[in-house]
Design a binder for this molecule. Structure first.
Ligand code: OOG
Ligand code: MG
Length: 285
């Protein structure tokens, strides 16, 4: 069966009669499938398991097409997230290299808020550090350039949700196409005066219902969270893109993620940075 037939079988309705080449139609269609899975809270079979083999570049094209669908619905891009930047996460997901995903305004949850996880498929939460980009960064950049371009840093919780069955991937391309499992993010208060902090040595503790559920040093994030930003610039440059002023970057989780359950109270404490918390509401599945 051709790739076209495989996709067509599940989402015939989305095939458009434009004069795009077949490949483009397929990639757009995959983006629709993942978009539907998210909006209808109904996971799909991993693309690679459906026999749909994408190149790394095609997977990012599916991700981009998915974000355009969200933009059509009125969402605005506000930043990017790096993922699989720590050994703990790579082991948890059985994948081996960093990737990125897009963040939109609708994915933002404010610190202290309750998030309704009934509309998630099987979300998880993880401890991160975020950067506020105060001046544009592009291509090969140094640690110093990243630090100079950073306006502030904060403790951040990322909420992931995979649109695939059982939150499992079989390839990097599966997860990249699914916007690297982005669901929501919660930023703590920004700290502008961070130049005297060593961002590689901050103790990070994620509490669930008052007990430490995960802890690690910030060096677990790419050896240094700043390196995540350097790596992101390099990956973006492959597609002629840059990090824009005023956007946020999530540097990736320091530890494996923890499944979110209704009623959970989660707090992240990072040395020298104000804490951030969020709680989960919704009905038990
Ligand atoms: C992929 C996204 C990983 C991180 O911080 O490592 C990620 C996943 O685990 O589903 O966001
Ligand atoms: Mg993450």
């Amino acid at each position: 069966m051709s790739m076209q037939e495989k996709i067509g079988k599940s989402r015939v309705a989305y095939l458009k009669n434009s004069d795009d080449n077949i490949k483009n139609k397929d990639l757009n269609n995959l983006a629709y499938m993942l978009h539907d899975a998210r909006t209808q809270v109904r996971p799909i079979v991993q693309l690679s398991k459906q026999g749909i083999e994408l190149s790394r570049n095609e997977a990012y094209q599916v991700q981009e097409a998915g974000i355009r669908l969200r933009e059509k619905a009125g969402e605005v891009r506000v930043g990017l997230k790096m993922g699989l930047t720590s050994e703990g996460k790579r082991k948890q997901m059985n994948l081996d290299s960093p990737l990125y995903g897009e963040l939109t305004d609708k994915m933002r949850v404010f610190a202290g808020d309750k998030i309704n996880i009934s509309v998630h498929i099987h979300s998880k939460i993880e401890p991160e550090i975020a950067f506020l980009i105060a001046s544009e960064l592009e291509g090969d950049v140094t640690r110093e350039q990243v630090l100079n371009a950073t306006g502030a840093v904060c403790a951040c919780l990322e909420i992931l949700d995979s649109r695939y069955d059982q939150f499992k991937y079989f390839s990097m391309e599966d997860v990249i196409a699914d916007n690297s499992s982005s669901s929501h993010f919660v930023l703590g208060p920004w700290v502008k005066d961070f130049k005297n902090l060593d961002l590689r040595e901050l103790k990070m503790q994620m509490f669930v219902d008052g007990k430490v559920a995960q802890e690690a040093l910030s060096s677990e994030i790419s050896g240094d969270p700043v390196v995540s930003v350097i790596e992101l610039c390099r990956l973006l440059a492959l597609n002629g893109r840059k990090l824009k002023t005023g956007t946020f970057v999530l540097a990736g989780a320091a530890t494996p993620a923890v499944p979110l359950k209704p009623g959970m109270q989660v707090e992240l404490k990072v040395d020298q940075l104000p804490a951030v918390n969020v709680s989960a509401a919704g009905v038990k599945k």
